[in-house]
Write a protein that binds this ligand. Structure first.
Ligand SMILES: [Ca+2]
Length: 659
């Protein structure tokens, strides 16, 4: 979806892209010549949205519409259903309905006339299993083999996963997706988890327009452990809010641009531009998390977040992509940390631009918020540049409230622009190792300090706190494609960077997540740190700090219970981390309970919560963990306690930690 223009010969023709080209030309005006000489991306605006909106209609009713009747459950479920009968009846009597989850199996050896509810009676197509799995908590397990179909997860709250460690493949071959601007695997529902698929050959011959291999359109969806490759456009595109993309590989996508033959749009893995009317912010993708992915050899940008708010890009490995490896534009409140970005010693794709952009920040769209409040810390770059507003398409944008700190750039440049159209304010560039020089056009609005330059820095970056000496990088290990590890960027014991940094609270830990202590080092590595992790693709999830205190318990009315009435005597939140929290409450008599929660205040106000966790143990004391939450987010929750009669608490809130 990204459109890039570098040389006049690569500009889209007016007949093909007239509306976009004309509008963009107006936006850029006299800057166009400059623009053509740089690595710039211009994106279509409204026209593309209308296309997507038109085409987000399900391909057919068979997989996009909830079936009128639910198919039979397994024998096992029939047996346990009788046991549940009493409970369900009791809850039903009092208006609390509790669905129960089912498991379905898919195998190439199955039949779509099977019930799909056991390993011995699998259905044959993923689409058929999805037509059955419509209850929150339902699971679809897909066995190894090749599935030539395009599927949409239109329901909410289910899991679609590879069975155990098997490797199912969704293969578009030469015919799928069947329409323009389609995808092989889309998720239009909410709160779903999809894991373990290889997805390949999405519109690979370009017979259709567009073609995203994996497309997240609803909110709160997570895809993990995917292997996505050979797609005409994006490998994975997340447009819905609260999307999580993790532990996946994305390569050889944006194939429309192979050898410069396309319109230069697209990224391998992207979170961008939510067109949904349900978006937290219209036109903006909010709260995307992209972590621990490997993004390489894509014929576009590698990893991008544009037109986003609160996007987190962390612990990814990104290399040898055609244009910008890691791209942030029109982004607010976003975090880029602990990524390793490099040009390998033998790239499969030669970079489109001689500057080899590793990380780039720009603004492209004047109708979206200018980039502000972004943090880029503890990244490792090798053989690629860090470009911070060397150009902008939006007048008076630039680095605004940005922190660029403790990055290590080896054999690449730091390039910071400045002109009548690029204006910086309140931004800091501190504690970086800059072993490849750079160009800095202006110091206005920027604070440079405690950087270790291998050579004399540009005058605009001068500071009495600079160190101008070889930073003594270890450069250990192979630089061949996919082989580079974080060890390459460690400093030697002789490095002048050691204990020479300014203490900054956002960088309390280093690239390896080790504590920096009271004498922090310049660059992404804290010398002598205790953590020995060497590869970002194998690191464990972010360690969250324990809360220092719990919120004050909220006490509700504690009138003496009658023999049948239920009271919730207290409820409170504890163990709040970046992505989880524990809700505890007590009741006057033994009860079962449900925690209902949501991120949207209007939903909470309406009382129709979208998420829940059930505690089916009858007790007066309850503790329920809410997992898979989003960082720095306010959650609204209430509790229903049931024992013959039911009572529901008032709504309370808690906020997850930011980092
Ligand atoms: Ca130190």
């Amino acid at each position: 979806m990204t459109k890039s223009t570098k040389a006049a010969g690569l500009l889209p023709s007016l007949t093909s892209f007239s509306a976009e080209t004309l509008s963009l030309s107006r936006e850029h005006g006299s800057d166009l010549n400059d623009l053509l000489n740089q690595d710039n991306r211009l994106r279509p605006t409204t026209e593309h949205f209308s296309r997507i909106s038109d085409l987000s209609v399900p391909h057919s009713a068979s997989h996009g519409t909830k079936p009128a009747t639910k198919n039979s459950k397994s024998n096992m479920n029939k047996k346990i259903s009788s046991k549940l009968f009493f409970i369900v009846c009791m809850q039903g009597l009092f208006g609390l309905q509790q669905a129960y989850a089912a498991t379905y199996y898919v195998s190439p050896n199955g039949s779509d006339t099977n019930n799909g509810t056991s390993l011995s009676t699998p259905v044959k197509t993923i689409r058929q299993a999805l037509s059955k799995a419509w209850s929150t908590g339902d699971i679809v397990y897909v066995r190894a083999g090749t599935y030539v179909e395009s599927v949409n997860v239109g329901q909410s709250g289910i899991t679609l996963s590879a069975y155990q460690d098997e490797k199912p493949i969704i293969d578009g071959q030469t015919s799928l997706p069947s329409g323009d601007w389609g995808s092989l695997l889309s998720i239009s529902g909410n709160n779903n988890k999809v894991s373990g698929f290889e997805v390949k050959n999405c519109n690979i011959n370009g017979a259709r327009k567009g073609g995203y291999a994996v497309w997240l359109k609803g909110h709160h969806n997570t895809v993990s452990k995917m292997n996505v490759h050979h797609s005409w456009e994006n490998g994975i595109l997340a447009q819905g809010d609260y999307s999580v993309i993790e532990d996946s590989s994305v390569w050889q996508t944006a194939r429309q641009n192979v050898n410069g033959g396309g319109n230069n749009w697209s990224s391998g893995l992207s979170a961008s531009r939510n067109p949904s009317s349900a978006a937290l912010k219209p036109g903006i993708t909010s709260y995307a998390t992209i972590r621990r992915n490997k993004v390489y050899n894509n014929w576009g940008e590698g990893l991008s977040c544009y037109e986003v708010d609160r996007c987190t890009i962390e612990d990814n490995t990104v290399y040898d992509n055609w244009t910008v490896n890691l791209y942030l534009s029109d982004a607010t409140n976003s975090l880029v940390q602990r990524n390793m970005i490099y040009a390998s010693s033998a790239p499969a794709i030669q970079p489109r631009n001689s500057g080899r952009p590793g990380i780039a920040l720009f603004d492209e769209v004047s109708s979206k918020p200018r980039s502000t409040n972004n943090t880029l810390i503890n990244n490792f770059l090798r053989g690629v540049d860090f470009s911070a507003f060397t150009w902008t398409a939006v007048s008076n944008s630039g680095l605004r409230n940005v922190l660029i700190s403790n990055n290590t750039i080896v054999d690449g440049r730091l390039n910071v622009g400045g002109s009548s159209s690029v204006i910086h304010s309140n931004s800091q560039i501190r504690n970086n190792i800059l072993a490849g020089g750079g160009s800095v056009a202006t110091s206005s609005g920027l604070t440079f300090s405690h950087n270790n330059w291998a050579t004399t820095p540009p005058s605009a970056a001068a500071s009495s706190t600079n160190i101008v000496r070889d930073p003594q990088i270890s450069r250990s290990g192979s630089t061949s494609p996919g082989a580079l590890t974080g060890d390459y960027f460690k400093v030697l014991g002789s490095s002048p960077a050691i204990n020479a940094a300014m203490s900054l609270s956002p960088v309390a830990n280093d690239y390896f997540k080790a504590s920096r202590g009271s004498a922090p080092d310049i660059g992404g590595h804290e010398y002598g740190s205790s953590t020995t992790t060497t590869s970002p693709t194998t690191t464990t999830p972010t360690t969250t700090t324990e809360p220092t205190s719990t919120s004050t318990p909220t006490t509700t009315t504690t009138t003496q219970p009658s023999s049948t009435s239920v009271n919730i005597s207290s409820k409170y939140v504890t163990n709040i981390t970046r992505n989880s929290a524990t809700i505890k409450w007590t009741t006057n008599v033994p009860t079962t309970g449900t925690v209902w929660y949501t991120v949207k205040s209007d939903v909470a106000a309406a009382g129709t919560y979208t998420l829940k966790v059930v505690d089916s143990n009858s007790s007066t004391s309850h503790s329920v963990n809410l997992g898979n939450l989003y960082n720095n987010t306010t959650y609204y929750f209430k509790i229903t306690a049931t024992n013959g009669s039911s009572t529901t608490s008032t709504t309370s809130t808690f906020k997850t930690l930011q980092y």
